[in-house]
Structure formats: C-alpha cells, structure tokens
Write a protein that binds this ligand. Structure first.
Ligand code: ADP
Ligand code: MG
Length: 465
C-alpha cells in the first residue's frame, strides 16, 4: 500500500516540477542562477537528500534579484525542512557564485509575498543569516538540554557579561544551532549587530578576502560586530590560517566585551588539530553539553513541531515516533513531513498502522540508500582527508585510520560482502577485511573515545541519508 503512496507522492512532485519549469521557460533565456546553485548543492549532499527535498525546489527567476533568492517548495513541511537545514548553505553558494550577500527565501508556491514581508526581507539583507523560527519559546527543555538552554538563555539576557565565550557541544540534531540562533534572534531584535556563521562560511569569507585584497573589510566586519556566533567549530580542525584569524578576532571582540558563542559536536579538548591557545580560550567562559533527549522531551518536541506545522497526530502516533527515533531530533521533522504529505495526497486519516509503515519504509530506505561511496565521503570529510586517499594504497597513519573506520562502518551499514569491500578499498582479500573489523571491535571495547567517534560518525552517516 505505501509503495503506491510513494508513487503518488513522487508523481505529484513530478507534475509540479513540470509545471514550474514551464513557467521558467516563459521568462526568457536568463541564466538560472538558482538552478546552478542547486546543482552545486547537489555535489555537497547525498543523492537521497537531493532527490527527496532539494530536487523539488523551483527558483523564481522573476521575483528574485541580486540580494534575494526565492525558491518554491511543494508543501509547508518541506519548506520547513529545507529552511532549517539548507538555507545557510544555499545562501553561501549564492555568495560564491555572485559575490553578493543573498537572502534565501523558501516558500510555498501560492503564498503571495506582501509588501510587509518584502520590507522585512530587505531589512534583514544587511544582517546575518539567522533563522527566525529558532526561538527559545519553541525549544523544548528537558533534563538532556536544560544546562545548555539555561546557559544560552542567560547569555541572551546579559550579553558579554556572564559566560564569554559560551561553548555548546553535543551530537547531531540535538538543537545546538537552534539554541544559538535563538540567542542571536534576541540580540538582533535588540538592534545589536549579530554575525551568525558556520566555520565553512567564515573560512570562505576569509579566503575570498585574501584573494580580493579586502582583508580590511573582513576584519571590520568580524571584529566590530556586537555578537559573534560561530557554528560547528570542529571543522576548524587542522586549518591553521583560519585558526589564527579566529584567534585574533576572538581577542579583539573579547577585549571589547562583545559576546562570542561557539558550538561543536564535541568538547573543545576533544577537537583534534586545534591550536592550544584557541582551545584554551574556548574554555575560558562556560562549556555546556547537550545530551540526546529523553522520551518525554522527544514527545514534547514532536508535539511542538506538530503545532508549528499545523499537523494533528494522535497521542499513540506521537509516542510511537518518539520511541522509534533514537536521538536526532532532525529526523522527527523528516517523518512529520512525510506523514503530512502522504495524508494530504491520499486524503486519509493517519493511524498508527499507517505511521508504522511509513516509518519502516523510511528506515529501510535510509539503509538501502547508503553506499560505500557516501560512507567513505563522510568519513573522509570528518577526518580531513580526501575520499580518494581512503581508497588509495597510502600507508600513512591518518589514511590507514580512516580506511579502517570506513571498512568497519560499511560492513555495519551496507550489504556489501567482505570480498566486495576488499576490492573497493584496495585490500588483499576478505581476510584483510575481517582482520580490520576485528581490530576495530577491540578498539571500540577498550577505548571509550574511539567508541564515541564511531558512534558520532555512524550518526552523521545515517542522519544524512
Ligand atoms: P544541531 O545544530 O545540534 O545539529 P539543530 O539545532 O539544527 O541541531 O536541531 C535540529 C532540528 O531539531 C531543528 O529543527 C531544531 O529546531 C529541532 N530541535 C532540536 N532540539 C529541539 C528542542 N529541544 N525543541 C525543539 N526543537 C528542537
Ligand atoms: Mg547545527
């Protein structure tokens, strides 16, 4: 039954795509920068992610301009999903393509843009890329995240004076970005100049400034703001130039009593390849962790997301989803989006049986779509080496380490046989693979940090699909 649903679902998107592309054709032969940007994005994300969400976006050539990019998505939950996960990335890719700061708006096709929303968008163009839907009021607090919540909240009420810097760390999808942006939104509403950036974007900005000889402007921007929020600090690992720049930015801001906040997927001490002076500064203020949510918090989060997205689900369905989802809150949004789309298209009431099928289908699909390539890519990115090096005959310590981890995770998460893995990773035969797996299992047993690393990577890989 649900196979049929999927078919209808996809057909719906297909028809939409045809419809929109027809509109675009009528506009003329302008270069469709929106499409080009989505093509760039395609290279950075998994095929499944692309096909499931990004592919269905349509760029409005007519209404978009040099500072505003408008994309249409087929339903409200897909709008939200893309808004939360990709807006920043898309905006950044626009910046790369056009060299201008672009505000990205993801919206429903028939939502007419009023004069007021246009003014708001224009006002925000000069500021940072904060997602305004990330607020304290829609962040559900429970034992797992109350420490981080309290820390961020108190910083938002007293910038520069309580914990400076504030460093929040925790696994994927546990609400770090949400909290950081909630504080950012408070500051922004108070009229402060807030910069919210990922490490990647900070690095790109830095490199571009060196290339274009505009370091002066770069420093003016980052050292003169009121609040600097940098997300996913772990990506600084082994990038020396940008670490040095961040160090001086930090010194300048801290000296002026300006608030700084960081997030990362692990404690600063555990981030490899960081300059000691930077590492120690990360711990100067307060370091707070976020743990995976308990069942009650998950239920509260699902209820909140349902309310925000105007989806109504019965108590037993909510409880079921909360039990099935292990920790990554982001997955909840994917599931709600899917349930909502199915129920709307099929005009059926959601019951528990149907929900179970949809979820089972999603889990299987996630697993089926995992390939050796995308696992290797994620491992390589995380460990700062090239995917091709993992497949090479390289014997350096880093490469061997990454290769072993990739072999192990591929064996855990895909259906590939040992000979198939041996062939892919350029190893002698299946005994080399089984030897590697044995070694990794021993390490997992003996070394808690190593186990955490494997869990973190597995989480990243499965949540990206
Ligand atoms: P992280 O940055 O830690 O990977 P995000 O902040 O991007 O995670 O959170 C992923 C999604 O889950 C976001 O849509 C966020 O709104 C939601 N989320 C996470 N934790 C909570 C929470 N406690 N209450 C409400 N929403 C949450
Ligand atoms: Mg984040």
């Amino acid at each position: 039954m649900y196979k049929l649903v999927i078919h209808v679902y996809l057909t719906f998107f297909y028809i939409n795509r045809e419809y929109y592309s027809h509109i675009q054709l009528n506009i003329g032969n302008n270069v469709n920068i929106g499409k080009e940007v989505l093509n760039l994005l395609k290279e950075e994300i998994t095929e499944v992610e692309y096909n499931r969400y990004i592919k269905h976006l349509n760029y409005d050539l007519k209404k978009s301009n040099a500072n505003l990019a408008i994309f249409y998505a087929p339903n409200a939950l897909v709008v939200n999903w893309i808004k939360n996960r990709y807006t920043e990335k898309i905006s950044h890719l626009f910046e790369i393509k056009s060299n201008a700061k672009v505000t990205v708006q993801i919206t429903l096709k028939n939502k007419v843009e009023t004069k007021k929303t246009k003014q708001i968008v224009e006002a925000k163009q000069s500021s940072s890329l904060l997602n305004t839907s990330h607020s304290f009021s829609n962040f559900m607090v429970g034992g797992s995240n109350q420490f981080a919540y309290a820390a961020v909240k108190s910083v938002s009420e007293n910038a520069g004076n309580v914990y400076n810097p504030l460093f929040i760390y925790g696994g994927v999808g546990l609400g770090k970005t949400h909290l950081m942006q909630a504080a950012g939104n408070v500051f922004q509403d108070e009229g402060k100049v807030v910069i919210y950036t990922s490490v990647e974007q900070f690095l790109n900005d830095f490199t571009r400034s060196i290339r274009n000889n505009t370091m002066e402007r770069f420093r003016e921007k980052y050292r003169k703001c009121d609040v600097l929020l940098i997300d996913d600090i772990q990506f600084l690992s082994n990038k020396e130039g940008i670490q040095e720049e961040l160090f001086h930015t930090f010194e300048a801001l801290k000296g002026d009593g300006k608030q700084i906040m960081f997030t990362a997927d692990k404690h600063p001490k555990k981030i490899a390849g960081l300059e000691a002076r930077l590492q120690s500064r990360f711990e100067w203020g307060l370091v707070a962790d976020i743990q995976p949510p308990e069942l009650e918090t998950k239920i509260a989060i699902i209820e909140k997301k349902c309310e925000i997205n105007r989806v109504s689900l019965s108590k037993d369905i909510i409880n079921y989803i909360a039990t099935v989802i292990e920790s990554n809150v982001r997955e909840i949004e994917g599931i709600l989006s899917k349930l909502h789309a199915y129920s709307q298209l099929m005009h059926i009431d959601l019951n528990l049986e149907f929900t179970k099928n949809v979820l089972k289908d999603q889990m299987n699909e996630n697993r089926e779509n995992l390939t050796i390539e995308n696992i290797t890519q994620t491992v390589a990115k995380d460990l700062n080496i090239k995917p091709s090096e993992i497949k090479s005959k390289g014997r350096s310590k880093n490469i061997v380490y990454a290769r072993r981890i990739s072999v192990y995770i591929c064996r855990e998460l895909t259906q590939n046989t040992m000979p198939q893995l041996a062939k892919y990773f350029g190893m002698k035969d299946h005994t080399a693979i089984s030897h590697t797996i044995k070694k990794i299992n021993e390490l997992i047993k003996d070394d808690e940090d190593f186990k955490l690393k494997i869990d973190e990577l597995t989480n990243k890989i499965t949540s990206a699909s």
